[in-house]
Structures are given as C-alpha cells and as structure tokens.
Write a protein that binds this ligand. Structure first.
Ligand code: URQ
Ligand code: ZN
Ligand code: ZN
Length: 553
C-alpha cells in the first residue's frame, strides 16, 4: 500500500461501523481523504495516525438537507453564516450541508448562484452543495435551470407556494417549473403552504388585535400546509416529475405524503429537527422572545403528538431524510416583529443538534434502530441528491466523512454552550443521548472532544449530477407509458350549430315535444313549459286538480 503522505493516513480502529444496511465491528483505513480499506486485521503502511474508536459507533457523517446560512430575509440576514453554521454542524456530527441559493424575483439564477458561491466558498468548514430557489418563471429561468444542472452541479430546485409577492409561484408556473425539472433531471422541492390564505388570515388576526407569535401559528393552521402538499403532489404527478416536500411540519401533511407514496407517486418528505424535537405550543409562551424564537414557516404545530408521529413515519420510511431549515435570528432581529407577527423573521436553529435530537427522540425511544438512523440522517439524503456512494456510507472509495458517536453519553442542549452564533436554541434544556466524540471531514479530524481543528474554507462545494438513479429510475421507466393515447373513432358527420344562432330544436325533438304536451292553456294564457322558457313565476288559475303556484325555469 503506497501513496499518500503519512499525515494523510488515518486508521479509525476498533469501532462498530454502522451503515444504513448493516453494522459490524471493524477498522477504517483512510488515505488522502478517501476510505481505502474497511474491515479487520487491515494491512496498512506505517506512519498512519490511529484513532481508537473502541466502544463507539463509527457512522457516515450527517448530511443536513436544508439550511439557510446568512440568508438575507425579511429585512435582515440570518445570523449563522457559512462559517459559524458549518463549524457548529461539525460539532454535531454533520459533515455536509445542502444550502439554498435563494434570491428575489427577476434576479438571474446564474448570477445568484455565483453570488452565493462567493459567500460560501471562503467560509465553509465542511463540504456543502446548493439547491436553487426558483422564485419566478420565464424562458430565461427555464434556460438557466438547465445550465445549472449541466454546468454547475445543481440538481434540485425549490419553489415556494407561500411568501406571497416575495417567493411565491402560482400553479401555472409550478406546472412549468416541475415540467422543466423533469426534462433536465432535477428534483423539484416545494415549500407547501397556501400563500393567499396566509395573507388574508394574517390580516384577520391583526384586525383581531392578535399581534404576537401565536398569530403566526393561527393564520396558517395544518390544513393550509396540507392542502398545498396535496396540490404540489398533484401538479408534479401530472408532468411525471419527482417531488421533494421540504420541512414537512404536520401529521396531516405527512399522511398525504404517505398515501401518495402508497399510490406509487414519486414523492419524498423531509421532516426537520425542529418538528421532530419540539412543537408549536411554544408560540403561546408568555415570554415574547421565546415564542418568537420558534417562529418559522410552516409553523411548528401545537399538537404535542406531532413530533412522535413524524418520527414514526421517518422510522418506517414514509418520510425520507432530515434537514434543519437552519435559518437563525437573534432577539434583536426577531424583534422586528415585536408589534406585528408577520414581521418576525421566520427561522429556527438545528444544524448543530439534529443528530442528537433524532437519536434521543428516535433511537433512544426504540422507534428506529442505528441503521435507520444512518439512513435518515445521511444515506438517504446522499441517494436522493445523487451524492451516493461518495457521501452517506462507510465504504471503500467513499469520502472519509465520519462521525464517531457515543450512544450512551448524554448532553444538555443550550444556547449557552452551543457553537452556533444565534442567541437562542429551540431545544434549550433538552437532554439527549447520542453525542459526537469525533468528527472527520474528508479524512481530517476536524472536531474531537470539544476541540476544533478546522479553518474557514476547508469545506468544498460538491457538485451533483442530474437524474439521480434513486429518484429517476422509476420516472424514466414511466416516461415510456406516461403520455395517454387517443381513441381511434369514425369522425362525427351530423349537423353542427352555428355559433351565435339561437339553437333550434331539431325535427325529432319537435315531434317528441308535441307528443309530451309541454305547454298548457292557463287562465287564458298559453304557457310554454319548454326548458328554454324565460324563468318566471305565474299563478295558474283553475288548473286541473286545484290551485297552485309554480316556477317555470
Ligand atoms: O421557508 C424557508 O424555508 C426559509 C425562508 C426559512 N424560513 C422558514 O421559516 N422556513
Ligand atoms: Zn421553506
Ligand atoms: Zn428553508
């Protein structure tokens, strides 16, 4: 075994290797950031650093499918940027984030992409990639989406059915964006809430004097989300486009996704750490900052059984993979909405705590095992977004993105100790089993026992090709039979009415009418009961059988 300088050689020894498909005790030998050997009694060259993982789990590093580092939004900018956000990710066992290029309407997607790259590349501490938000539609957008898939490593595009006049698209545009995604091999992602209803309901709440964070929840209850999930699935299915529903926040929305998947539709649901770990009762907290700190869209649901229900669907595979929608704002930023909840910047934390929260609420409760945990926090995301097997698995040839995990240790989550920049944590005080002992990013130990060994810019942008097999194998097969075919029939050769002419009953109808006595002599008045008669009410005097009044139609 040669090659690779000694400092790039690392042996992770004696741990229990946990992949999505199986667990086994073994060693992992890494050289130049790539896994070269996995197994026991490995023959490795001298000079390799040895990390003793005995008694710990050795898992693929987490992949957070949904973050918004330093997002310019609602008049301010998310406080966790690509440096603090990715550093915190590493501390929590996440070794890759999928963030969003998300610009205003009428801004070129290509220009926005380069702007976001300029923000991220110099700062990221872990590997990352970009989804691109499609906040407007035109021939230019259509072309730029194709260019992004062909030349810039983007294969996923997010549309918004909410944020009216800001990001929101109408159904006609959703149809075209989904159709374009299908044609270029992209995955359509959708923020599913009815933006028109939210706009009206927000005004209604404010008019009722409800200006606090509870108004945010009251103006967009579950069915405002669920209706849009159903609508997005319907539209995507009409054009044979795979759909990924981001931040699935409610039981009823998850049920719609479960049912659609059972019907064979290609739809994936993404719950986030927030809705798996806490709930919307916090919007009614007496402390304004606390309540506002939980404001995001779609809202956390006040049904306290929601987190357990969603975790159950994540465990059984109805829901696919997990993100955090990490989009954080400090108290003074949230306070933009102190007198009007519609101005509270939407977003919560999660990037550092996702793995521990899901371990505590999912594995420690017996809802899922360690292998399903790996699937839900890493492997499935890699497959959906066409990163697999480079990412999401501990296997020869894969990137050495690894988290050494102590399943028995516990930690108490707090803003006082977290590594994120934000001054609030929605999981404050939560005690979680499942703690990151060591994080390895492309073969380098970047976090160990609370200490970092990483610098801004160490992370790399990971391009992703379109037509992910995990997503498109069935879609492409269906394409062969997707389009309906016409019925072969003899042409119609009968009479055709001339538009504008008063339609005349034809000879047959006349004959039939005479036979059925459609008119009666009433009180000296000839009344035609024909169905086209003008709508009127008349009193019939001395009809056969007594007095009556009736309405002609
Ligand atoms: O909608 C999103 O995903 C972005 C704007 C983050 N904010 C949020 O409340 N989800
Ligand atoms: Zn969203
Ligand atoms: Zn988001």
């Amino acid at each position: 075994m040669s090659g690779g300088s000694s400092q790039s050689r690392l042996l992770v020894k004696g741990g229990k290797i946990v992949n999505a498909d199986q667990s086994f005790v073994g060693d992992v030998y890494i050289e130049d950031g790539i896994i070269k050997q996995v197994g026991k009694d490995l023959a490795i060259p001298g000079g390799a650093r040895v990390y003793d993982a005995s008694g710990k789990l050795v898992m693929p590093g987490g992949i957070d499918t949904h973050t918004h580092m330093q997002l310019p939004f609602m008049g301010t900018q998310a406080i966790d940027d690509f440096y603090t956000g990715t550093k915190a990710a590493l501390a929590g066992g996440t070794t890759m984030i999928l963030d969003f290029v998300l610009d205003q309407k009428n801004v070129s997607l290509i220009e926005a992409y380069h702007k976001w790259r300029g923000w991220a590349d110099p700062k990221v501490c872990c590997d990352y990639s970009f989804h691109v938000g499609v906040t407007w539609w035109s021939e230019q957008v259509k072309q730029e989406m194709e260019t992004l898939t062909r030349e810039h490593g983007v294969n996923s595009f997010k549309v918004f059915m909410a944020y009216k006049d800001v990001f929101m698209l109408r159904d006609c545009d959703l149809y075209e964006v989904f159709q374009n995604c299908r044609n270029i091999g992209g995955l359509a992602q959708s923020h599913c809430e009815n933006g028109d209803v939210i706009a009206h309901e927000s005004k209604r709440m404010l008019n009722l004097g409800i200006t606090g964070p509870e108004g945010h929840s009251l103006c967009r209850p579950e069915d405002v989300e669920t209706e849009s999930v159903q609508r997005a699935i319907m539209i995507a299915n009409r054009v044979n486009c795979p759909l990924y529903v981001v931040h699935v926040m409610s039981k009823s929305s998850a049920d719609v996704i479960s049912k659609s998947r059972k019907e064979g539709k290609i739809v994936f649901g993404e719950p986030i750490a927030a809705c798996l770990g806490t709930d919307g009762t916090n919007h009614w907290h007496k402390c304004w900052r606390h309540a506002a700190g939980h404001v995001m869209g779609p809202p956390l649901r006040e049904d306290p059984t929601t987190p357990g229900y969603l975790m159950g669907l994540l465990a059984n595979g109805d829901l696919e993979c997990t993100g955090t929608d990490n989009c954080t704002f400090n108290a003074n930023q949230k306070a933009l909405g102190k007198d009007d909840f519609t101005r509270i910047p939407n977003g919560v934390n999660g990037v550092e705590d996702r793995m521990s929260v899901i371990w505590e609420k999912g594995v420690a409760t017996g809802k899922m095992d360690e292998n399903r945990f790996v699937a839900a926090t890493s492997t499935n995301a890699a497959k959906v977004f066409n990163l697999y097997p480079r990412k999401g698995v501990i296997a020869v040839g894969s990137d050495a993105d690894i988290v050494v995990w102590d399943p028995e240790a516990t930690r108490t989550i707090s803003a006082k100790t977290h590594h994120q920049a934000v001054d609030f944590n929605i999981f404050e005080g939560m005690v979680c089993h499942g703690v990151t002992v060591c994080t390895i990013s492309r073969g380098k130990i970047v976090y160990e026992e609370g200490r970092f060994n990483v610098a801004a810019g160490d992370g790399k942008f990971i391009p992703r090709k379109p037509f992910s097999p995990y997503v498109y194998n069935k879609i492409l097969k269906r394409k062969e039979t997707f389009d309906p075919v016409k019925v072969e029939r003899e042409p119609y050769t009968g009479p055709v009415v001339v538009i504008g002419d008063k339609p005349q009953a034809n000879e047959d109808t006349k004959a039939r009418n005479l036979h059925h006595n459609t008119s009666i002599g009433v009180g000296g008045m000839h009344v035609n009961l024909d169905k086209d008669a003008v709508h009127t009410t008349t009193r019939v005097s001395v009809p056969p059988g007594g007095k009556s009044s009736f309405t002609l139609y």
